[in-house]
Design a protein around this ligand. Structure first.
Ligand code: SF4
Length: 214
């Protein structure tokens, strides 16, 4: 796929998309040094899922467990995502799941590693990997989980609170939607958590309906 076609799936231009297959891209990302986040992290956390997946879920950044295991959405947020996918009758094994950022950013506080949000320069440096994944996969349906992913796909003014669950055209053939990130639900005040989870499931049911899952 030419680079110009990929740019239409992300809100900001990506000028240099790494070449090669998805497996080659994964290997290359394993030694990426394009921003400082690789140094304190354990490993690159690239996307996971079938190369022929028609649906791509994009999260924000790997967390503590993802950094240790080298896989996306395997910590508490991943478990909540699995639960929501099951409720929406979506099979995670058929989806490609990735993150906007490929390294865990954190602040060490004693023995605990506290998640820190990647800054604009780090996000810009890492965008080539997500662009590369989308270029290889050419998905029909893209779901952004949380503000960082949503703004990467739909633009800096996108608000998940206002616009979640609404599908938009992305490029020539794809469609995209944004919804709550499972970690935001886990961090939400008790009184909002149940409702946000129900909204996540509703949005994923919308995804299932578009994907023709019965
Ligand atoms: S966070 Fe992204 S850009 Fe930065 S080193 Fe890791 S893979 Fe490269």
């Amino acid at each position: 796929m030419p680079a110009s076609a990929v740019v239409t799936l992300l809100s900001k231009p990506v000028h240099e998309i790494p070449s090669g297959s998805l497996a080659e891209l994964r290997r290359a990302a394993g030694s990426c040094r394009a921003c400082p986040l690789w140094k304190p992290a354990t490993q690159t956390v690239f996307g996971a899922g079938p190369e022929k997946a028609h649906i791509v879920l994009i999260g924000e950044q790997p967390g503590d467990q993802e950094d240790r295991q080298g896989l996306p959405f395997v910590g508490p947020a991943g478990r909540l995502l699995d639960q929501a996918l099951e409720a929406a009758r979506l099979d995670r094994a058929a989806l490609y799941v990735t993150n906007t950022m490929k390294h865990f950013k954190f602040e060490q506080r004693g023995k605990v590693r506290l998640h820190k949000r990647a800054n604009a320069a780090e996000q810009a440096a890492c965008r080539m990997w997500l662009a590369g994944e989308l270029a290889r996969l050419q998905p029909d349906l893209i779901v952004a989980l949380g503000a960082m992913a949503a703004q990467t796909v739909f633009g800096a003014t996108f608000s998940v609170t206002r616009e979640r669950g609404r599908w938009r055209r992305l490029g020539e053939a794809a469609q995209g939607m944004a919804t709550w990130h499972p970690s935001a639900i886990l961090r939400a005040p008790e009184e909002n958590r149940k409702q946000q989870y129900a909204e996540l499931v509703t949005d994923l049911r919308g995804l299932a309906a578009r994907a023709g899952v019965r």
